[in-house]
Design a protein around this ligand. Structure first.
Ligand SMILES: [Zn+2]
Length: 411
């Protein structure tokens, strides 16, 4: 199947200015990118008239929580769902992300055992719609004393418990381990400065993950948490809100093998939330305000020093449901001083690199996988248009059309 998408402005994902032209897709990959219009129909089976819209790479969510149940289609006020409902929600959320232009997602942790490997398989096999998914574990945060049997592989203490956890995740088909290294103010007030792991546990998890060929995603707020995560070889650090100069130096020293996603979406969502009276959000709101202020200082500094900083903001709570993920681009522009094209680059090219597939994902380039969005308008002038799914005229993943709006329908 050959599809020619013509009459478009191509934003290639690198951050370079858009160029008017056309793109020919053959099977699952981009065969050719034309500057200007091609001379003929290139033997295409289908021709899509982009009507001057923007053709860009599909977006990558770097901090996905498909099992945080809430989406723009359904809000859950309870965080923990019964297993059957959890599966329904996760399957729905995968489709919701794709409906909103996210063709890849790196999971930052799940609320159920085995659910994400199963979902990732189902998506790859074409059984259910969703983004390419790096499946994760339950979020691991150890509790209690070392040597005390908790009987729970996610909370056990000591290096042996950690190694057992990594083996277990490997068997389950998990690709990325989620470690909650810093405490979380939003859940338990005044814990963000806490460190939940010992040095020995972190060394053990780093070595075990490397041996198993697995990645580590780390929830870190403080310099010490950041340091532990880096020593363990983490692929991506989330938040890092209280990083000091030394912690930023350490991050930058690893800029070629590590990523950073601050996750402003969850903070902005918490600040804007207007919960029903029986839900007390004063602690998360206070924590969010503090973190956002700090991140507004450190993100521009880290960006300037070449850190690869990604969009993705813990979406899936009732106050920031799955499907609103593209708001992060706006936050990068309004709060972190990004130019729209830089925010788009973070959402596309850098996201492809996070997925471990920078040589075939995240760019509109010949030979790359055809994960493409056709946007009605120019997101390099205004990233907020990506928040409106009706502006996404076409959503293509691996050369398959997930959506083609009538206005852009075939000629
Ligand atoms: Zn998270």
């Amino acid at each position: 199947m050959r599809i020619l998408i013509r009459n478009v402005s191509v934003f290639d994902g690198t951050g370079a200015p858009s160029v008017s032209g056309a793109v020919l897709v053959d099977g699952e990959r981009i065969e050719k990118v034309f500057r200007g219009e091609p001379d003929d129909d290139c033997g295409a089976d289908q021709i899509i008239d982009g009507r001057g819209g923007t053709l860009m790479p599909g977006m990558v969510e770097a901090h996905a929580h498909l099992t945080w149940g809430s989406s723009v289609e359904k809000i859950y006020h309870e965080f923990i769902l019964p297993p059957e409902e959890l599966k329904i929600a996760a399957w729905r959320n995968a489709r919701v992300l794709l409906d909103h232009g996210f063709t890849s997602a790196y999971s930052a942790g799940a609320l159920g055992e085995g659910i994400e490997p199963e979902l990732a398989h189902a998506i790859d096999a074409g059984k259910t719609p969703g983004p390419r998914l790096i499946p994760s574990t339950l979020e691991r945060s150890p509790e209690g004393e070392e040597g005390v049997e908790t009987g729970d592989i996610y909370n056990g203490r000591g290096p042996d418990a950690i190694r057992a956890f990594v083996r277990h995740c490997k068997e389950q088909g998990v690709s990325s381990l989620k470690l909650v290294i810093s405490g979380e103010d939003a859940l338990k007030p005044d814990t963000s400065q806490d460190i939940l792991y010992t040095d020995e546990e972190m060394e053990a998890v780093g070595a075990a993950a490397r041996d198993a060929g697995m990645w580590i995603a780390a929830h870190t707020y403080t310099p010490r948490a950041i340091d532990l995560a880096i020593k363990a070889g983490a692929r991506i650090l989330y938040h890092c809100s209280y990083a000091d100069d030394a912690a930023m130096d350490a991050m930058v020293a690893h800029k070629d093998d590590m990523f950073y996603a601050p996750g402003p979406g969850v903070c902005v969502g918490a600040l804007e939330a207007n919960p029903p009276p029986f839900i007390d959000m004063s602690a998360p709101k206070a924590a969010a305000a503090k973190r956002l202020a700090r991140e507004a200082e450190i993100v521009p500094l880290l960006k300037q020093r070449g850190m690869r900083i990604l969009i993705g903001g813990d979406y899936g709570f009732p106050f920031n449901p799955n499907g609103t993920n593209a708001r992060d681009l706006e936050h990068f522009v309004t709060r972190f001083g990004y130019k729209p094209a830089e925010a788009l680059r973070a959402a596309t090219m850098l996201g492809g690199q996070l997925m471990g597939r920078g040589d075939e994902l995240g760019l509109v380039r010949e030979g790359y996988l055809a994960d493409l969005l056709l946007v009605d308008g120019d997101p390099t002038a205004d990233v907020t248009i990506l928040q409106n799914r009706d502006r996404l005229q076409m959503i293509m993943k691996g050369g398959s059309l997930h959506k083609l709006a009538l206005a852009a329908a075939s000629v």
